[in-house]
Design a protein around this ligand. Structure first.
Ligand SMILES: [Zn+2]
Length: 467
Protein backbone atom coordinates (compact mmCIF):
# COMPACT_ATOMS: atom_id res chain seq x y z
CA UNK A 1 0.00 0.00 0.00
CA UNK A 2 1.19 3.50 -0.84
CA UNK A 3 1.49 5.91 2.05
CA UNK A 4 2.05 9.63 1.61
CA UNK A 5 2.49 12.23 4.33
CA UNK A 6 2.90 15.98 3.91
CA UNK A 7 4.65 18.89 5.55
CA UNK A 8 3.08 22.08 4.32
CA UNK A 9 4.67 25.46 4.87
CA UNK A 10 2.31 28.36 4.66
CA UNK A 11 3.46 31.95 5.13
CA UNK A 12 1.17 34.16 7.19
CA UNK A 13 1.08 36.66 4.34
CA UNK A 14 -1.65 38.83 5.82
CA UNK A 15 0.49 39.94 8.78
CA UNK A 16 2.20 43.32 8.89
CA UNK A 17 5.58 42.33 10.29
CA UNK A 18 8.04 39.45 10.53
CA UNK A 19 7.88 36.87 13.33
CA UNK A 20 10.50 38.40 15.65
CA UNK A 21 11.11 41.97 14.40
CA UNK A 22 9.27 44.89 12.86
CA UNK A 23 10.51 44.35 9.28
CA UNK A 24 7.69 43.90 6.79
CA UNK A 25 6.13 40.45 6.36
CA UNK A 26 5.49 41.43 2.76
CA UNK A 27 9.09 41.15 1.56
CA UNK A 28 8.04 40.94 -2.06
CA UNK A 29 7.91 44.68 -2.66
CA UNK A 30 11.56 45.31 -1.72
CA UNK A 31 14.85 45.37 -3.58
CA UNK A 32 17.15 42.53 -2.42
CA UNK A 33 18.35 42.89 1.20
CA UNK A 34 16.37 46.05 1.92
CA UNK A 35 13.86 44.49 4.31
CA UNK A 36 16.30 43.51 7.08
CA UNK A 37 17.35 44.60 10.58
CA UNK A 38 19.80 43.44 13.31
CA UNK A 39 17.17 41.00 14.71
CA UNK A 40 16.37 39.08 11.52
CA UNK A 41 20.06 39.20 10.60
CA UNK A 42 20.96 37.71 13.99
CA UNK A 43 23.54 40.39 14.79
CA UNK A 44 25.23 40.07 18.21
CA UNK A 45 23.20 41.67 21.00
CA UNK A 46 19.89 41.65 19.16
CA UNK A 47 16.92 39.94 20.80
CA UNK A 48 13.81 38.47 19.15
CA UNK A 49 10.43 40.03 19.96
CA UNK A 50 7.59 37.62 19.32
CA UNK A 51 4.83 38.86 17.01
CA UNK A 52 1.63 38.34 19.04
CA UNK A 53 -0.58 38.43 15.96
CA UNK A 54 1.41 35.57 14.43
CA UNK A 55 0.75 33.40 17.49
CA UNK A 56 -2.95 34.29 17.29
CA UNK A 57 -3.25 33.52 13.57
CA UNK A 58 -1.36 30.24 13.94
CA UNK A 59 -3.66 29.26 16.83
CA UNK A 60 -6.64 30.11 14.64
CA UNK A 61 -5.32 27.76 11.95
CA UNK A 62 -4.93 25.03 14.59
CA UNK A 63 -8.54 25.55 15.68
CA UNK A 64 -9.81 25.52 12.09
CA UNK A 65 -8.04 22.19 11.54
CA UNK A 66 -9.64 20.74 14.68
CA UNK A 67 -6.27 20.50 16.42
CA UNK A 68 -5.72 20.55 20.16
CA UNK A 69 -4.30 23.89 21.30
CA UNK A 70 -1.99 23.69 24.32
CA UNK A 71 -2.09 26.11 27.24
CA UNK A 72 1.59 26.91 26.94
CA UNK A 73 3.78 27.05 23.87
CA UNK A 74 7.49 27.55 23.43
CA UNK A 75 10.17 27.89 20.77
CA UNK A 76 13.33 25.95 19.93
CA UNK A 77 16.49 26.64 18.02
CA UNK A 78 17.11 24.32 15.11
CA UNK A 79 20.82 24.58 14.38
CA UNK A 80 22.19 24.17 10.92
CA UNK A 81 24.57 26.06 8.71
CA UNK A 82 23.29 27.24 5.39
CA UNK A 83 23.79 30.59 3.67
CA UNK A 84 20.05 31.44 3.70
CA UNK A 85 20.05 31.33 7.50
CA UNK A 86 21.92 34.37 8.86
CA UNK A 87 21.70 33.30 12.53
CA UNK A 88 22.90 29.74 11.81
CA UNK A 89 19.76 28.53 13.53
CA UNK A 90 16.06 28.73 12.79
CA UNK A 91 13.61 29.57 15.55
CA UNK A 92 10.91 26.92 15.33
CA UNK A 93 8.77 24.69 17.53
CA UNK A 94 9.10 21.08 18.60
CA UNK A 95 7.10 18.75 20.82
CA UNK A 96 9.83 17.17 22.93
CA UNK A 97 8.49 18.40 26.28
CA UNK A 98 4.93 17.31 25.54
CA UNK A 99 2.75 19.41 23.30
CA UNK A 100 4.37 22.83 23.08
CA UNK A 101 3.71 23.84 19.47
CA UNK A 102 0.65 25.95 18.57
CA UNK A 103 -1.37 22.93 17.46
CA UNK A 104 -1.48 19.25 18.41
CA UNK A 105 -3.31 16.40 16.66
CA UNK A 106 -6.26 17.38 14.46
CA UNK A 107 -8.30 16.33 11.46
CA UNK A 108 -9.22 17.69 8.05
CA UNK A 109 -11.87 15.89 6.02
CA UNK A 110 -11.28 15.44 2.29
CA UNK A 111 -14.64 14.25 1.05
CA UNK A 112 -15.36 11.22 3.21
CA UNK A 113 -11.70 10.65 4.00
CA UNK A 114 -10.19 11.68 7.32
CA UNK A 115 -6.70 13.16 7.05
CA UNK A 116 -5.00 13.30 10.45
CA UNK A 117 -2.95 16.36 11.27
CA UNK A 118 0.06 15.50 13.44
CA UNK A 119 0.92 19.01 14.60
CA UNK A 120 1.09 22.66 13.62
CA UNK A 121 4.11 24.77 14.41
CA UNK A 122 5.05 28.40 14.05
CA UNK A 123 8.51 29.20 12.73
CA UNK A 124 10.53 31.70 10.74
CA UNK A 125 11.13 31.45 7.02
CA UNK A 126 14.80 31.50 5.92
CA UNK A 127 16.11 33.90 3.28
CA UNK A 128 16.18 33.08 -0.40
CA UNK A 129 19.07 31.67 -2.37
CA UNK A 130 19.06 32.54 -6.03
CA UNK A 131 21.25 30.60 -8.43
CA UNK A 132 22.23 32.28 -11.65
CA UNK A 133 22.38 29.88 -14.56
CA UNK A 134 21.99 26.10 -14.47
CA UNK A 135 23.02 24.36 -11.25
CA UNK A 136 26.07 22.64 -12.82
CA UNK A 137 27.52 25.60 -14.62
CA UNK A 138 26.51 28.41 -12.34
CA UNK A 139 29.28 30.52 -10.95
CA UNK A 140 27.18 32.88 -8.87
CA UNK A 141 24.92 32.24 -5.89
CA UNK A 142 22.96 35.23 -4.61
CA UNK A 143 21.38 35.53 -1.18
CA UNK A 144 18.41 37.76 -0.42
CA UNK A 145 17.51 38.04 3.28
CA UNK A 146 14.28 40.01 2.79
CA UNK A 147 12.29 36.86 3.49
CA UNK A 148 14.38 35.79 6.52
CA UNK A 149 12.19 35.83 9.62
CA UNK A 150 8.78 36.03 7.91
CA UNK A 151 6.14 34.06 9.82
CA UNK A 152 5.60 30.54 8.58
CA UNK A 153 3.20 27.90 9.78
CA UNK A 154 4.17 24.28 9.27
CA UNK A 155 1.31 21.82 9.02
CA UNK A 156 2.39 18.18 9.33
CA UNK A 157 0.06 15.34 8.37
CA UNK A 158 0.10 11.62 9.15
CA UNK A 159 0.86 9.38 6.13
CA UNK A 160 -2.86 9.06 5.37
CA UNK A 161 -2.83 9.75 1.63
CA UNK A 162 -2.86 6.79 -0.75
CA UNK A 163 -2.44 8.55 -4.09
CA UNK A 164 -1.43 11.91 -5.62
CA UNK A 165 -5.08 12.81 -6.31
CA UNK A 166 -5.92 12.76 -2.60
CA UNK A 167 -2.88 14.96 -1.98
CA UNK A 168 -4.06 17.44 -4.55
CA UNK A 169 -7.63 17.54 -3.13
CA UNK A 170 -6.31 18.04 0.40
CA UNK A 171 -4.08 20.92 -0.69
CA UNK A 172 -6.95 22.61 -2.53
CA UNK A 173 -9.17 22.37 0.55
CA UNK A 174 -6.37 23.52 2.84
CA UNK A 175 -5.40 26.53 0.74
CA UNK A 176 -9.06 27.62 0.44
CA UNK A 177 -9.38 27.25 4.21
CA UNK A 178 -6.28 29.36 4.92
CA UNK A 179 -7.43 32.04 2.48
CA UNK A 180 -10.90 32.05 4.02
CA UNK A 181 -9.39 32.50 7.49
CA UNK A 182 -7.68 35.63 6.17
CA UNK A 183 -4.24 34.41 7.28
CA UNK A 184 -2.58 33.62 3.98
CA UNK A 185 -2.95 34.37 0.30
CA UNK A 186 -1.98 31.09 -1.40
CA UNK A 187 -1.89 32.74 -4.82
CA UNK A 188 1.25 34.71 -3.87
CA UNK A 189 4.44 33.21 -5.28
CA UNK A 190 6.13 31.02 -2.65
CA UNK A 191 3.39 31.54 -0.04
CA UNK A 192 2.69 27.82 0.19
CA UNK A 193 5.34 25.13 -0.22
CA UNK A 194 5.44 21.50 0.76
CA UNK A 195 7.62 18.49 1.43
CA UNK A 196 6.23 14.98 1.03
CA UNK A 197 7.23 11.57 2.32
CA UNK A 198 6.38 8.54 0.25
CA UNK A 199 6.59 4.81 0.92
CA UNK A 200 5.17 1.76 -0.82
CA UNK A 201 4.45 -1.77 0.45
CA UNK A 202 5.55 -0.87 3.99
CA UNK A 203 9.01 -0.13 2.63
CA UNK A 204 11.40 2.65 3.61
CA UNK A 205 10.19 6.20 3.69
CA UNK A 206 11.62 8.66 1.15
CA UNK A 207 11.33 12.35 1.82
CA UNK A 208 10.98 14.76 -1.11
CA UNK A 209 12.03 18.31 -0.37
CA UNK A 210 12.20 21.58 -2.24
CA UNK A 211 8.85 21.42 -4.01
CA UNK A 212 7.89 24.95 -5.01
CA UNK A 213 4.25 24.57 -6.05
CA UNK A 214 1.26 22.33 -5.43
CA UNK A 215 1.19 21.46 -9.08
CA UNK A 216 4.77 20.19 -8.86
CA UNK A 217 4.02 18.42 -5.57
CA UNK A 218 1.48 16.19 -7.28
CA UNK A 219 4.00 15.46 -10.05
CA UNK A 220 6.82 14.78 -7.57
CA UNK A 221 4.71 12.33 -5.56
CA UNK A 222 3.61 10.61 -8.74
CA UNK A 223 7.20 10.32 -9.96
CA UNK A 224 8.40 8.98 -6.62
CA UNK A 225 5.70 6.28 -6.45
CA UNK A 226 6.59 5.11 -9.96
CA UNK A 227 10.32 5.14 -9.13
CA UNK A 228 9.80 3.06 -6.00
CA UNK A 229 7.46 0.61 -7.75
CA UNK A 230 10.02 0.11 -10.47
CA UNK A 231 12.77 -0.65 -7.90
CA UNK A 232 10.42 -2.93 -5.96
CA UNK A 233 9.52 -4.90 -9.10
CA UNK A 234 13.23 -5.53 -9.73
CA UNK A 235 13.90 -6.50 -6.09
CA UNK A 236 16.18 -3.52 -5.58
CA UNK A 237 15.94 -2.20 -2.02
CA UNK A 238 14.46 1.27 -1.56
CA UNK A 239 16.86 3.36 0.51
CA UNK A 240 15.53 5.61 3.23
CA UNK A 241 16.74 9.01 2.06
CA UNK A 242 15.95 12.62 1.29
CA UNK A 243 15.47 13.46 -2.35
CA UNK A 244 15.10 16.84 -3.97
CA UNK A 245 12.59 17.73 -6.64
CA UNK A 246 14.34 18.98 -9.77
CA UNK A 247 11.66 21.14 -11.32
CA UNK A 248 13.54 21.55 -14.61
CA UNK A 249 13.93 17.85 -15.27
CA UNK A 250 10.70 16.92 -13.38
CA UNK A 251 12.35 14.10 -11.43
CA UNK A 252 13.41 13.50 -7.82
CA UNK A 253 17.16 13.43 -7.20
CA UNK A 254 18.98 11.89 -4.23
CA UNK A 255 20.37 14.63 -2.04
CA UNK A 256 23.74 14.30 -0.33
CA UNK A 257 22.76 15.91 2.98
CA UNK A 258 21.26 13.45 5.42
CA UNK A 259 20.38 15.48 8.49
CA UNK A 260 18.52 13.67 11.23
CA UNK A 261 16.73 15.45 14.05
CA UNK A 262 19.79 14.81 16.25
CA UNK A 263 22.04 16.70 13.86
CA UNK A 264 20.01 19.83 14.40
CA UNK A 265 20.93 19.95 18.12
CA UNK A 266 17.57 21.38 19.05
CA UNK A 267 17.50 23.36 22.27
CA UNK A 268 15.08 25.76 23.92
CA UNK A 269 15.14 29.31 22.56
CA UNK A 270 15.94 30.98 25.84
CA UNK A 271 15.51 34.51 24.44
CA UNK A 272 11.76 33.94 24.19
CA UNK A 273 9.78 33.05 27.31
CA UNK A 274 7.05 30.39 27.37
CA UNK A 275 3.83 31.85 26.02
CA UNK A 276 0.55 31.14 27.77
CA UNK A 277 -2.56 30.92 25.58
CA UNK A 278 -5.43 30.80 28.06
CA UNK A 279 -9.09 30.03 27.47
CA UNK A 280 -9.96 33.71 27.41
CA UNK A 281 -7.65 34.28 24.42
CA UNK A 282 -8.89 31.13 22.72
CA UNK A 283 -12.53 32.23 23.15
CA UNK A 284 -11.68 35.62 21.72
CA UNK A 285 -9.96 34.03 18.72
CA UNK A 286 -12.92 31.69 18.17
CA UNK A 287 -15.27 34.66 18.10
CA UNK A 288 -13.04 36.42 15.57
CA UNK A 289 -12.90 33.45 13.21
CA UNK A 290 -14.76 34.06 9.94
CA UNK A 291 -17.66 31.90 8.83
CA UNK A 292 -16.39 28.54 7.51
CA UNK A 293 -16.61 27.66 3.83
CA UNK A 294 -19.11 24.85 4.47
CA UNK A 295 -21.42 27.07 6.51
CA UNK A 296 -21.24 29.75 3.79
CA UNK A 297 -22.19 27.15 1.23
CA UNK A 298 -25.17 25.97 3.30
CA UNK A 299 -26.35 29.55 3.75
CA UNK A 300 -26.14 30.30 0.03
CA UNK A 301 -28.23 27.24 -0.75
CA UNK A 302 -30.82 27.59 2.00
CA UNK A 303 -31.24 31.35 2.09
CA UNK A 304 -30.87 32.29 -1.57
CA UNK A 305 -31.76 29.04 -3.27
CA UNK A 306 -28.45 29.03 -5.16
CA UNK A 307 -27.75 25.60 -6.75
CA UNK A 308 -25.39 23.51 -4.58
CA UNK A 309 -22.71 23.29 -7.25
CA UNK A 310 -22.65 27.07 -7.77
CA UNK A 311 -22.65 27.65 -4.00
CA UNK A 312 -19.73 25.26 -3.69
CA UNK A 313 -17.60 27.12 -6.24
CA UNK A 314 -18.58 30.52 -4.84
CA UNK A 315 -18.02 29.75 -1.15
CA UNK A 316 -14.61 28.09 -1.54
CA UNK A 317 -12.93 31.15 -3.08
CA UNK A 318 -12.51 34.04 -0.65
CA UNK A 319 -12.08 36.69 -3.34
CA UNK A 320 -15.36 35.82 -5.04
CA UNK A 321 -17.36 35.10 -1.90
CA UNK A 322 -16.27 38.45 -0.43
CA UNK A 323 -17.41 40.13 -3.64
CA UNK A 324 -20.70 38.25 -3.48
CA UNK A 325 -21.30 39.32 0.14
CA UNK A 326 -20.77 42.96 -0.75
CA UNK A 327 -22.85 43.05 -3.92
CA UNK A 328 -25.93 40.90 -3.43
CA UNK A 329 -29.37 41.71 -2.06
CA UNK A 330 -31.96 39.09 -1.11
CA UNK A 331 -33.66 39.70 -4.46
CA UNK A 332 -30.65 39.49 -6.78
CA UNK A 333 -28.44 36.97 -4.90
CA UNK A 334 -29.01 34.14 -7.36
CA UNK A 335 -28.26 36.42 -10.32
CA UNK A 336 -25.08 37.81 -8.70
CA UNK A 337 -23.90 34.25 -7.96
CA UNK A 338 -24.64 33.34 -11.55
CA UNK A 339 -22.67 36.28 -13.00
CA UNK A 340 -19.68 35.56 -10.76
CA UNK A 341 -19.47 31.84 -11.47
CA UNK A 342 -20.38 31.79 -15.17
CA UNK A 343 -18.80 35.01 -16.45
CA UNK A 344 -16.52 36.73 -13.96
CA UNK A 345 -14.44 33.69 -12.95
CA UNK A 346 -13.57 33.11 -16.60
CA UNK A 347 -12.66 36.75 -17.21
CA UNK A 348 -10.62 37.21 -14.02
CA UNK A 349 -8.76 33.94 -13.70
CA UNK A 350 -5.34 35.12 -12.54
CA UNK A 351 -4.03 37.15 -9.65
CA UNK A 352 -2.81 39.86 -12.07
CA UNK A 353 -6.24 40.18 -13.63
CA UNK A 354 -7.86 40.43 -10.19
CA UNK A 355 -5.49 43.18 -9.19
CA UNK A 356 -5.93 45.22 -12.37
CA UNK A 357 -9.73 44.76 -12.41
CA UNK A 358 -11.77 47.96 -12.02
CA UNK A 359 -14.93 46.12 -11.07
CA UNK A 360 -16.59 47.06 -7.76
CA UNK A 361 -19.35 45.40 -5.76
CA UNK A 362 -21.70 48.21 -6.83
CA UNK A 363 -21.03 47.43 -10.50
CA UNK A 364 -21.89 43.81 -9.92
CA UNK A 365 -25.08 44.65 -8.04
CA UNK A 366 -26.22 46.99 -10.83
CA UNK A 367 -25.49 44.47 -13.57
CA UNK A 368 -27.57 41.85 -11.74
CA UNK A 369 -30.38 44.35 -11.21
CA UNK A 370 -30.29 45.33 -14.90
CA UNK A 371 -30.69 41.69 -15.94
CA UNK A 372 -33.54 41.17 -13.49
CA UNK A 373 -35.42 44.26 -14.58
CA UNK A 374 -35.09 43.17 -18.22
CA UNK A 375 -32.93 46.17 -19.13
CA UNK A 376 -30.20 43.95 -20.56
CA UNK A 377 -30.07 40.27 -21.39
CA UNK A 378 -27.92 37.77 -19.57
CA UNK A 379 -25.93 37.40 -22.78
CA UNK A 380 -25.01 41.06 -23.00
CA UNK A 381 -24.12 41.14 -19.28
CA UNK A 382 -20.85 39.49 -20.16
CA UNK A 383 -19.96 42.35 -22.54
CA UNK A 384 -20.85 44.89 -19.86
CA UNK A 385 -18.68 43.05 -17.36
CA UNK A 386 -15.75 42.87 -19.77
CA UNK A 387 -15.93 46.62 -20.44
CA UNK A 388 -16.15 47.50 -16.74
CA UNK A 389 -13.19 45.28 -15.82
CA UNK A 390 -11.08 47.37 -18.19
CA UNK A 391 -12.53 50.85 -17.70
CA UNK A 392 -14.40 50.92 -14.36
CA UNK A 393 -17.12 53.02 -16.01
CA UNK A 394 -20.62 53.14 -14.49
CA UNK A 395 -22.96 50.32 -15.50
CA UNK A 396 -25.52 52.69 -17.06
CA UNK A 397 -22.78 54.40 -19.12
CA UNK A 398 -21.46 51.08 -20.42
CA UNK A 399 -24.96 49.86 -21.28
CA UNK A 400 -25.69 52.96 -23.36
CA UNK A 401 -22.14 53.11 -24.84
CA UNK A 402 -22.52 49.56 -26.09
CA UNK A 403 -26.10 50.26 -27.17
CA UNK A 404 -27.43 47.35 -25.16
CA UNK A 405 -30.26 49.02 -23.34
CA UNK A 406 -33.19 48.54 -25.65
CA UNK A 407 -34.34 45.01 -25.28
CA UNK A 408 -36.77 44.17 -28.06
CA UNK A 409 -40.50 44.13 -27.57
CA UNK A 410 -42.34 40.98 -28.62
CA UNK A 411 -43.60 42.51 -31.86
CA UNK A 412 -40.13 43.84 -32.78
CA UNK A 413 -38.57 40.49 -32.05
CA UNK A 414 -41.24 38.68 -34.07
CA UNK A 415 -40.44 40.88 -37.06
CA UNK A 416 -36.78 39.92 -36.88
CA UNK A 417 -37.67 36.24 -36.44
CA UNK A 418 -39.89 36.40 -39.51
CA UNK A 419 -37.11 37.92 -41.58
CA UNK A 420 -34.72 35.17 -40.44
CA UNK A 421 -37.33 32.52 -41.35
CA UNK A 422 -37.73 33.94 -44.84
CA UNK A 423 -33.96 34.12 -45.36
CA UNK A 424 -33.17 30.68 -43.99
CA UNK A 425 -35.76 28.49 -45.68
CA UNK A 426 -33.52 25.45 -45.82
CA UNK A 427 -32.64 25.60 -42.13
CA UNK A 428 -36.29 26.12 -41.24
CA UNK A 429 -37.23 22.93 -43.09
CA UNK A 430 -34.44 21.03 -41.31
CA UNK A 431 -35.48 22.43 -37.97
CA UNK A 432 -38.87 20.73 -38.30
CA UNK A 433 -37.22 17.31 -38.21
CA UNK A 434 -33.96 18.10 -36.46
CA UNK A 435 -34.39 20.09 -33.21
CA UNK A 436 -30.66 20.90 -33.14
CA UNK A 437 -30.97 23.17 -36.19
CA UNK A 438 -33.25 25.54 -34.30
CA UNK A 439 -30.24 26.71 -32.29
CA UNK A 440 -28.70 27.86 -35.56
CA UNK A 441 -31.78 30.00 -36.17
CA UNK A 442 -31.60 31.41 -32.62
CA UNK A 443 -27.99 32.32 -33.42
CA UNK A 444 -29.12 34.18 -36.56
CA UNK A 445 -31.67 36.16 -34.54
CA UNK A 446 -29.02 36.98 -31.93
CA UNK A 447 -26.74 38.18 -34.73
CA UNK A 448 -29.41 40.52 -36.10
CA UNK A 449 -30.20 41.87 -32.63
CA UNK A 450 -26.48 42.19 -31.73
CA UNK A 451 -27.04 39.79 -28.84
CA UNK A 452 -29.70 41.95 -27.30
CA UNK A 453 -32.59 39.49 -27.64
CA UNK A 454 -33.20 37.04 -24.83
CA UNK A 455 -32.18 33.64 -26.24
CA UNK A 456 -34.68 31.58 -24.24
CA UNK A 457 -37.53 33.84 -25.25
CA UNK A 458 -36.34 33.85 -28.87
CA UNK A 459 -36.26 30.04 -28.87
CA UNK A 460 -39.87 29.90 -27.61
CA UNK A 461 -41.08 32.32 -30.28
CA UNK A 462 -39.15 30.52 -33.02
CA UNK A 463 -40.62 27.14 -32.06
CA UNK A 464 -44.14 28.59 -32.19
CA UNK A 465 -43.48 30.15 -35.61
CA UNK A 466 -41.95 27.07 -37.19
CA UNK A 467 -44.34 24.40 -36.00
ZN1 LIG B 1 14.09 42.43 10.77
Amino acid sequence: MTKIGLEIHSQLTELQSKLFCSCKANYREFQPNENICPICMGLPGSLPQLNQKAVEKATMIAMALNCSTPEKITFFRKNYFYPDLPKNFQITQLNIYGETSVGGPGILMVGDKKIRITRIQLEEDPGRIIYEGSSEKNQITLVDYNRAGTPLVEIVTEPDFENPKEVREFLNILSDLLANLGVSDPSLEGAMRADANVSIEDGNKVEIKNIGSFHDLEKAVHFEITRQQSLHARNIPIIQETRHWDDKRKITVSSRSKEEDLDYRYFLESDIPWVRIGNQIKDKLKSEMPETISSKKERYVSKYNIPAQVADVLSSDKFYSDLFEKSHTTENAKEVANIITTDLMGLVDTREKRESSKLTALHLKEIADSIQSGKITRNSAKNVLYEILKTGKAVSTVISDLDLDNVFSESELLKIIESVISEETQAVEQAKTNPQTINYLVGKVMQKTKGKADPTYTLDLLKKKIN
